[in-house]
Design a protein around this ligand. Structure first.
Ligand code: ACO
Length: 392
């Protein structure tokens, strides 16, 4: 039986600090006009202290993600914190939408309160701490109900501050997930989220039908920027978004992905700063993506015109506009959030999904009634795409 991915919920987390183009214009030989016209970017969120470019925000730990006790600090702006925040919002949205979980929550909550009151039957009252304990039981129990279904946690990222432990493993305990999950990071630069979806899709098909995969894109690219290089510094932003997926019977999703060895087009140098041959990357994107999107439509036996939305990696609005004109399709089918986020690499596509989820364009049933393409390109050079077809 053919199975397709179903989007169950989304959640996103962006650093609070907004940096507009004028901030760069005040420091570099650039202008708001140049950045808007050549990229479509108006502002981006950066988890970096604007008082001193290149420094780390005061509330974050320079030495890495984890404290000596192994716990993730609840403040700070590391990739793991962004990922955790996005995942929490995603699971909260899932619980709000999922009546079974709500019923479970209520039942356990009532049971917890009953237990607290029963222990105090002689006084016929419960102390604040006993009630708090009951509420804790409810919270944990709710998490466990999701935990029983989540089998995979995949984090697409290229900006983790530490090589190990990976980001995904650091989310298990704070999210209250079942430790039996398989949790790992995927680095395929900006293509990472699509590769992660392909991986999640394949893995979920090996599990019982109600299984879930939490697929996150999270980046703090500000830590990889040379703020004196106008050709890269203005392009990137920080952020994370989490998406929760199941698989159900339906038209099989079509993935077309690949990797070419081109290490000098887009890379981090010895100082871990992003370097890039901008024009060559632009040409790669505008030649590869239209070909791949046509191929997806052909394999899926659809006209490109029958595809409702093309969610493309948000690197440059001129790349997206060029692809929409090459396919002769209206710009409305190519939603963008680039103006407000910049290029957030592996977080770019899930952030777009989260925006479409919160504005009501996408929902669990909505996604199943739409033909949607996701496509990305990135360092490697890598490309990845998927066509999710509507249920007939
Ligand atoms: N402000 C003003 N001028 C600038 C700036 C800037 N911020 N950046 C570059 N310029 C200058 C260049 O120095 C050049 O000057 P010159 O003519 O005197 O040599 C001029 O602008 C034109 O440069 P181009 O590189 O030809 O500009 P282009 O129109 O191609 O835009 C850009 C540059 C925005 C980088 C574009 O090439 C692009 O978007 N490329 C794709 C990048 C991309 O998608 N990267 C992400 C990949 S995903 C991942 O894996 C991370």
């Amino acid at each position: 039986m053919d199975m397709k991915l179903v989007l169950e919920a989304c959640g996103k987390a962006l650093p609070e600090q907004i940096i507009d183009n004028d901030w760069f214009a005040a420091r570099l030989d650039t202008s708001d006009e140049w950045i808007r016209q050549r990229t479509g970017i108006r502002e981006r969120r950066l988890a970096i202290d604007i008082a001193g470019p290149g420094t780390v925000a005061p509330n974050s730990s320079q030495s890495g993600i984890a404290r000596p006790d192994g716990k993730i600090p609840i403040d700070g702006t590391q990739v793991a914190n962004l990922a955790l925040d996005a995942a929490r919002r995603c699971l909260k949205n899932f619980r709000e939408l999922n009546p079974t979980d709500s019923v479970y929550h209520t039942t356990i909550s009532a049971a917890g309160s009953d237990a607290a009151f029963a222990e105090n039957s002689d006084k016929n009252t419960a102390t604040a701490s006993e009630v708090a304990k009951a509420v804790d039981v409810a919270t944990v129990a709710t998490s466990l109900s999701v935990a029983e279904r989540i089998k995979y946690v995949l984090v697409a990222t290229m900006s983790a501050e530490q090589r190990m432990p990976n980001i995904a493993s650091q989310l298990i305990e704070p999210l209250g997930l079942n430790p039996n999950v398989l949790a790992f990071d995927i680095n395929a630069a900006c293509t990472g989220f699509v590769y992660s979806l392909e991986t999640a899709s394949a893995l979920l098909k090996t599990q019982p039908p109600d299984s879930l995969a939490l697929v996150i894109g999270a980046e703090r690219l500000s830590s990889l920027l040379d703020f004196s290089d106008r050709s890269t510094a203005v392009l990137f932003g920080d952020g994370a978004a989490a998406t929760l997926w199941s698989v159900e019977p339906g038209p099989k999703d079509i993935f077309i992905s690949g990797t070419e060895t081109a290490p000098l087009l887009l890379y981090t140098d010895a100082d871990q700063h992003i370097r890039m041959e901008g024009r060559a990357v632009f040409r790669y994107a505008t030649s590869t993506l239209p070909r791949v999107l046509q191929e997806l439509a052909e394999v899926g036996e659809l006209e490109t015109d029958a595809i409702d939305y093309f969610l493309l990696h948000q690197a440059n609005s001129r790349i997206i506009d060029s692809i929409s004109s090459r396919l002769n399709l209206p710009a409305e089918r190519f939603p963008q959030n680039l103006a407000l986020c910049g290029n957030t690499s592996a977080a770019s596509l899930p952030l777009l999904l989260a925006d479409l989820w919160s504005d009501g364009t996408l929902s669990r049933t909505g996604q199943q009634n739409l033909n949607i393409c996701l496509a990305a390109f990135g360092a490697g050079m890598s490309y990845g795409s998927v066509l999710m077809r509507r249920n007939s």
